[in-house]
Design a protein. Structure first.
Length: 142
């Protein structure tokens, strides 16, 4: 599938909060889940890797719900290979400066800056790591 005209980038933490009733952000995620159908979901492969951990994969009820999002015709899976080297370098240098950014977050930030993948909004509970890049590229943090 090609990139949506106006995409919704979704961070791993949103999915954890949505599917785990013990998560501190579960209530917020339930309120925001309607966004998953409002815009085309942009889902980078690193988010899939991070989300589908062993604990998550053991819960078939959760996997069915998550697969419904991933398999939706409105979901665009993003190949992260064009962003890997730059994101890795950013992760290393940010750690050395004492301002760590995870590799997945660095890839998400690079995708936000990619003019070929139009992102209108982002679902995340990690606003601190995305506020500046989202503001620079007019991406709404939900």
């Amino acid at each position: 599938m090609s990139p949506p005209n106006s995409g919704l980038l979704v961070d791993t933490g949103f999915f954890f909060a949505l599917y785990d009733e013990r998560d501190d952000h579960h209530g917020d995620a339930l309120e925001k889940q309607e966004w998953l159908g409002a815009l085309g979901v942009v889902l980078p492969w690193p988010v899939l890797h991070e989300t589908i951990n062993t604990r998550f994969a053991r819960r078939s009820d959760i996997m069915v719900r998550f697969d419904a999002v991933v398999s939706s015709g409105d979901t665009f899976l993003v190949d992260d290979s064009p962003y890997r080297d730059r994101a890795y370098g950013r992760t290393v240098t940010s750690s050395q400066r004492g301002e760590p950014v995870s590799l997945v977050d660095a890839i998400l930030q690079a995708i936000i800056g990619d003019v070929n993948i139009p992102i209108a909004a982002m679902l995340t509970f990690n606003r601190r790591d995305f506020a500046a890049v989202c503001a620079r590229h007019s991406v709404e943090l939900l």
